[in-house]
Design a protein around this ligand. Sequence first.
Ligand SMILES: [Zn+2]
Ligand SMILES: [Zn+2]
Length: 314
Amino acid sequence: MPRVDVFFGGVGATQPRYSRGLPCIFLRWMGRIFILDVGEGCQESFLNFKLGVNAPLAVLISHAHGDHILGLRPLLQTLSLNGRKRKITIIAPAFSRDSVLDGLAAYNYPVEYTELASEEGMINLLDVSIKYVRVPHAPFSYAYSIETPSRVKLNPEKLDSDKIRGADRKRLLEEGVVEIEGRKRFLELYVKERVPGIKVTYSGDTLPSHRLASLARGSDLLIHEATLSTKDWEHNTETPHSTPREAALCALYSKSRLLVIFHYSVRYRHVYELLEEAKRVFPRTILAERGMRIAISGRKERVFSIIYGFEREL
Ligand SMILES: [Zn+2]
Ligand SMILES: [Zn+2]
């Protein structure tokens, strides 16, 4: 059964206030770890969640504002001190290399750094398809969606009756067609069940964006920033962020199954009013909390299990 675990290492904005930490979210699939932004304190969360010092690891950076990147070097240092040997891949916006990696010490493992400059695109990393789109915030800001591979279950009786065995079954799955005794056999005839991959979309910081809503289409989980309430936004129209209502509209338009809002302004000591605002538009919304984990599983009907973890103060 497919399963993805999402760990919320940091969920605040700008400064690490009220035990929220700064943006840093881990996604784990089949032992591989994808880190969505690396705010300060990321390495501590990585160790608290026991994600595995030598796990296959890719870092996706949404943009080069300090609250999203300043935890990278401490993370790399901590992994090195703990004996990591395996390569780390970093995907980040154009022109970010200097501010992210400046003065980076040599570690025990290679670091591969790729900068994005196109409006949208797709990368395959650690057997997972990652799509990205540019979003309106800082110059070169990106949102990402991570989708695990879909699976196909074949009908064994039908395969047997058409004498498709062993290596031919593998080829049928990989190539979609196989030739048996001079006849072409097509995959579609033998599919018993298709299990869709699990899709998680991460907004980074952004103004409301149609492009992001289309990236997020059909997501199991949409993690969307919600910096200011609509009421407070009216006095801060210069701020290139979203309100909870706008995050909820994105979840609604994209037909996402669950919305998690995060990146709360430090002006809010308590953020339940942000949750209430989002839920008026999209009831399946929850607040991100530092230490929270969400397990997504299930074939077609997804099951979400939420565990609250090492900090609880909203
Ligand atoms: Zn931010
Ligand atoms: Zn920002």
